[in-house]
Design a protein around this ligand. Structure first.
Ligand code: AMP
Length: 112
């Protein structure tokens, strides 16, 4: 069965796609928590960080490089945050690993 994000990648569910390559794609979050809130998502499903293996290292690195490039394209020169929620205590709701790219306002620390 496809994950929500696989359906989005396959254009079965509409989204605002802002980036795509062979390894990953990026979409606007449907419920943005900041002026910029983009999800960078691998096309090959990794459920969450705790199920990632050594063979996922290249993909995981690529997601972060793409997040940095998208942040630059959005003009987030003052900074931004990348977040991966892993598991229920972190608030993970979609079991298909994704990097949240959040910015465009001053972000509080520690996060909630
Ligand atoms: P997480 O809670 O870390 O698993 O993040 C899942 C994110 O996916 C949340 O920020 C949701 O707002 C977002 N989301 C859920 N459905 C969609 C959708 N159809 N299009 C874009 N973002 C979505």
């Amino acid at each position: 069965m496809k994950t929500l994000f696989q359906k989005i990648a396959d254009r079965e569910i509409p989204s605002k796609m802002v980036y795509e390559d062979d390894i990953c794609f990026a979409i606007e979050d449907i419920n943005p928590q900041a002026p910029v809130h983009i999800l960078v998502i691998p096309k090959r499903v990794i459920a969450r960080l705790s199920s990632a293996t050594d063979s996922d290292a290249g993909t995981l690195g690529h997601l972060l490089v793409v997040a940095g490039k998208v942040a630059a394209e959005r003009g987030l020169s003052g900074g931004f945050r990348t977040v991966i929620n892993s598991g229920p205590d972190a608030g993970e709701t979609v079991p298909h690993l994704h990097v949240h790219l959040i910015g465009g306002r001053k972000l509080a620390w520690p996060p909630g």
